[in-house]
Design a protein around this ligand. Structure first.
Ligand code: FPP
Length: 254
């Protein structure tokens, strides 16, 4: 029986996940690390399906970080291959279920075949409207902020931006996916408690749920547990408990 309160106003709109523990899952079973990544693919499928069914608007998956480029060449190659395989395999279901595939990160660093697979899925699903499935690929939060600053400075030099008028809203419009609301809930699997350069700007007020479950074992029940944990918390956005009650639990607008 699900512990989730499925009323739309109680559900997180955007869930972001740091999928960790593939390597350890494999090692524990005497398998190669890549076997863990392969097994992790099933968790991606199950989680995406569950998120859609639960009515989540956006799901961002940390599939490959800027730092992951430092892994052995064979492991990087396998992760790219798995991503290509997933995007190709799941396209039909994405169309059926109204999943819009998107990607954030330094996509220019991806191998041409991976970039092409991403572009194909993004293009084919761009009019879908049920669930935004955002893959963070070759992604780093500090790089995202630096990239935003670079574009902003250029616009300032061109006179499109007045530095004295710069505010958080304008700055965030330079991030990779400015239309996506900040995550309400960040889940990290694999018994680790770090943010690991993920969505640094966007998680300022995000609730964090960590679990010892290794990513290849993560299933809908774990997603539901994380959502129930989120729903049990009070998001104060800097206010006192009394103010929160007076505002009806809503996020302050200003
Ligand atoms: C972390 O486990 C996971 C990754 C670096 C990548 C996540 C990739 C997948 C789930 C495979 C398929 C993905 C998609 C999107 C199709 P780790 O290797 O850091 O685990 P460890 O900390 O136990 O070594």
């Amino acid at each position: 029986m699900s512990q989730v309160d499925s009323r739309p106003d109680r559900m997180p709109r955007h869930i972001a996940i740091i999928m960790d523990g593939n390597g350890r899952w494999a090692q524990l079973r005497g398998l190669e690390r890549n076997e863990g990544h392969r097994a992790g693919l099933e968790s991606v499928r199950d989680t995406v399906r569950a998120a859609g069914e639960l009515g989540i608007d956006c799901l961002t998956l940390y599939a490959f970080s800027s730092e992951n480029w430092n892994r052995p060449k064979e492991e990087v190659g396998e992760l790219m291959r798995l991503l290509e395989y997933y995007l190709d395999e799941e396209l039909e279901e994405a169309m059926e279920k109204g999943v819009r595939v998107r990607a954030i990160g330094r996509l220019d660093r991806l191998p041409p075949s991976t970039r092409a697979a991403v572009q194909k899925a993004v293009e084919a699903t761009k009019h879908n409207g049920e669930l935004d499935l955002i893959f963070a690929l070759s992604y780093g939060g500090r790089t995202e902020i630096t990239d935003a600053a670079r574009r902003l400075i250029r616009d300032a030099e061109l006179g499109h931006i007045d530095p004295d008028q710069l505010d958080e809203k304008t700055f965030s419009s330079y991030l990779y996916a400015p239309d996506v609301p900040d995550p309400d809930l960040l889940i990290r699997t694999g018994n680790e408690y770090r943010v690991s350069n993920f969505l640094l700007w966007q998680i300022a007020y995000t609730e964090i749920h960590t679990t010892a479950v290794m990513w290849p074992d993560f299933r809908r029940e774990h997603l539901e547990r994380a959502i129930a944990d989120y729903q049990a918390r009070e998001r104060r956005f800097g206010r006192t408990p009394g103010q929160v009650a007076a505002d009806g639990g809503e996020e302050p607008s200003g």
